[in-house]
Ligand binder design. Structure first.
Ligand SMILES: [Mn+2]
Length: 326
């Protein structure tokens, strides 16, 4: 179908969901101007109050809030596209954390599920300032965001595709992919619970603990006792440094001992459909795939990188020519 011929589409039935192309878009973090430029470049135009495309739709990979200068405008743009039916917006760990900030702990109702440390307060303050008195409405919207996306041809999740965690959460959510009311939210906030483990796999990704005595700092300055794992690959025979999602020479170049590798670990199969994730602060001149069927679309907009899209049209192998940056 000639996707660039808009006049053609106005006289045709809209493409069915299965046929339509999907534009996957990575982390935005309040950078609305880059998002608008990217959507414009992809051919989305304002129709009836929201951006849409006659033959395509968007799947946003989460992390709309925190860090950037236009958090409210970002949320409004994303939400308007969801409400117009031209986009699906997945939950990122930053939306989850915003909900947890305001959710009381089930065992200590005077304390929030997400402890209010100074580092975290600094991170969430621009979001709280941007949403002001409307915070409850926006939190309700965030609670309803789906955690994963799956069509026959492609998959998406904020950080890592983990079938065991997806199965567990689908059961917790009564067969749905969304719906974090207070009790379900509290279930996922309980440290050490299976629900907490599952949500962490999906929204923060699989982590491998560092050897005793080695401690690093994350970009916010919090101590980090783990590496973010290349979950789609096997950790067997790898070192901490070369199995880390993004390479960092401060990670130990020593073998990962088998006892820290989770027993339920299964790498992403080569014949599985393409999967798109955000979250990992990739760096580089040009976005590229991580494996034939795995791509990360977070290229560090919050550190001066671009907002990144991938134009998907049903191909079984990810094509580096299909990444689009604003
Ligand atoms: Mn994230």
């Amino acid at each position: 179908m000639p996707l660039n011929d808009e006049a053609h589409f106005e006289t045709c039935e809209p493409a069915s969901e299965a046929d339509a192309g999907i534009d996957f878009i990575g982390d935005i973090h309040g950078h609305a101007p880059q998002l608008r430029a990217l959507l414009d470049q992809l051919g989305y135009r304002m129709r009836d109050g929201a951006l849409s495309h006659p033959g395509r739709r968007v799947v946003f990979l989460g992390d709309y809030v925190d860090r950037g200068p236009e958090i409210r405008a970002t949320l409004e743009l994303v939400r308007s596209m969801v409400e117009a039916g031209s986009a699906t917006a997945l939950m990122g760990n930053h939306e989850y954390n915003a909900i947890a900030w305001f959710t009381p702990r089930p065992d200590h109702p005077d304390e929030p599920c997400r402890r209010h440390t100074e580092i975290r307060r600094k991170l969430i303050t621009p979001t709280l300032d941007a949403l002001g008195d409307d915070i409850d409405d926006w939190l309700d919207w965030m609670r309803g965001l789906p955690l994963w996306f799956e069509s026959g041809q492609a998959r998406a999740v904020h950080a890592s595709w983990d079938p065991i965690s997806i199965r567990y959460l689908r059961e917790l959510l009564g067969g749905a992919d969304r719906g974090f009311d207070r009790p379900r939210m509290q279930a996922t906030c309980k440290p050490g619970s299976q629900a907490s483990h599952a949500i962490q796999q999906l929204l923060k990704g699989r982590e491998i603990p560092l050897p005793a005595g080695v401690s690093l700092r994350d970009p916010e300055g919090s101590p980090r006792g783990h590496i973010r794992a290349r979950w789609f690959e096997s950790p067997i025979g790898r070192t901490y440094r070369d199995y880390a999602f993004t390479r960092d020479d401060s990670f130990p170049d020593e073998p990962i001992p088998p006892e820290v590798i989770p027993t339920d670990f299964v790498p992403y199969g080569a014949s599985e459909p393409p999967v798109f994730v955000g979250h990992y602060w990739m760096r580089g001149d040009r976005p590229s795939r991580l494996a034939r069927n795995v791509a990360c679309l977070d290229w560090s907009v919050a550190r001066g990188g671009p907002v990144v899209a991938y134009r998907f049209d049903g191909e079984s192998e990810i094509d580096d020519a299909r990444f689009v940056t604003a």
